[in-house]
Design a binder for this molecule. Structure first.
Ligand code: SF4
Length: 87
């Protein structure tokens, strides 16, 4: 299980979540080259420890535990995983 960043993050990329993640698994960071070209942030499911710290700081409620992800945004589980798999 991991947390997933869904559609509300698209074109928002607030990054408050990046600041609070204790295991640094939310990318890209603001100073990374990909930050300008990606339209959302991603959680690495291999590294996420399911602490939930990122959820309340997101200003657009984009982050969910995988099992609570709204069905309409189900594809984002794979989108987040793929982003790290393709690194
Ligand atoms: Fe990071 Fe915790 Fe959010 Fe997982 S649940 S992305 S470990 S802050």
């Amino acid at each position: 299980m991991a947390y997933v960043i869904a559609e509300p993050c698209v074109d928002t990329k607030d990054t408050a979540c990046v600041e609070v993640c204790p295991v640094d698994c939310i990318h890209p960071k603001k100073d990374a080259p990909e930050f300008a070209t990606e339209n959302k942030l991603y959680i690495d499911p291999e590294t996420c420890i399911d602490c939930g710290a990122c959820v309340p700081v997101c200003p657009v409620q984009a982050i969910f535990p995988e099992e609570e992800l709204p069905e309409k945004w189900a594809k984002y589980t794979q989108i987040d995983a793929d982003w790290f798999a393709n690194k």
